[in-house]
Write a protein that binds this ligand. Structure first.
Ligand SMILES: O=C(O)CNC(=O)c1n[nH]c2ccccc2c1=O
Ligand SMILES: [Fe+2]
Length: 215
């Protein structure tokens, strides 16, 4: 009969197969209930704890000095923290990183055009509400090596009224796809020009963890 390991490997294989087929077909794909609610809530509590411990940076400030006056204008409203998973009180975030690594390794076996070697640290991002957003952009417009973006959302009970939807323009089409940043949803998409995307203005605190995978 099947051992636990066989079942686990089959599960990863099944999900990797679905991810690769879907990425090939539409350039993005998401998996709901990725870790299960208990683990998802544990990751959320670790992220909130990072926030309380002031581990997040502020969104980047640029001075837009039209006539020499140093007006500080925000170009981005996200607050971020880079986590390598060894920090204290980040054990479940670390488990998330390991799990996505395994999924991507299975995907790697099925994707021959890429040979995914490594990833960035985890970028924990917080949009603090009050209409904070992220303008339309491409994650990797100039071949910096990143091939897959993974975004893990941590927002229980999120609804479209709260804004903060991820708007994706797959294949650069003007037909936008709107993704709800709901708890325990893992979104993956090609990081290059195939996927311009933006974060609509958020009216509540919105958390996500990004891992970028390199070819
Ligand atoms: O949160 C989302 O749904 C999408 N989020 C993004 O596309 C996104 N993309 N690139 C970044 C670079 C630096 C800091 C934050 C970000 C960022 O939230
Ligand atoms: Fe992005």
């Amino acid at each position: 009969g099947y051992t636990q390991i066989d079942l686990l490997q089959n599960r990863f294989y099944e999900r990797a197969k679905y991810v690769v087929d879907t990425l090939r077909k539409q350039g993005y794909c998401y998996l709901d209930d990725f870790h299960g609610e208990v683990t998802a809530l544990s990751i959320l509590s670790e992220v909130k704890n990072l926030h309380q411990r002031e581990k997040f940076t502020d969104g980047e400030l640029v001075s837009s000095n039209g006539n020499g006056s140093m007006l500080n204008k925000k170009i981005r409203d996200d607050k971020i923290a880079w986590i390598d998973g060894k920090e204290e009180n980040c054990q479940t975030i670390s488990h998330h990183m390991t799990t996505v690594n395994t999924l991507i390794r299975y995907c790697n076996g099925l994707i021959d055009e890429y040979d995914i070697e490594h990833r960035t640290k985890a970028m924990v991002a917080c949009y603090p509400g009050q209409g904070t957003c992220y303008k339309r952009h491409v994650d990797n417009p100039n071949k910096d090596g990143r091939c897959i973006t993974t975004l893990y959302y941590l927002n229980p009970g999120w609804t479209e009224e709260k804004g903060g939807m991820l708007k994706l323009y797959p294949g650069g089409s003007e037909e936008a796809v709107k993704i709800l940043p709901r708890l325990d949803r893992l979104l993956l998409f090609w990081s290059d020009r195939r996927n311009p995307h933006e974060v609509e203005p958020s009216h509540d605190v919105r958390y996500a963890i990004t891992l970028w995978y390199f070819d």
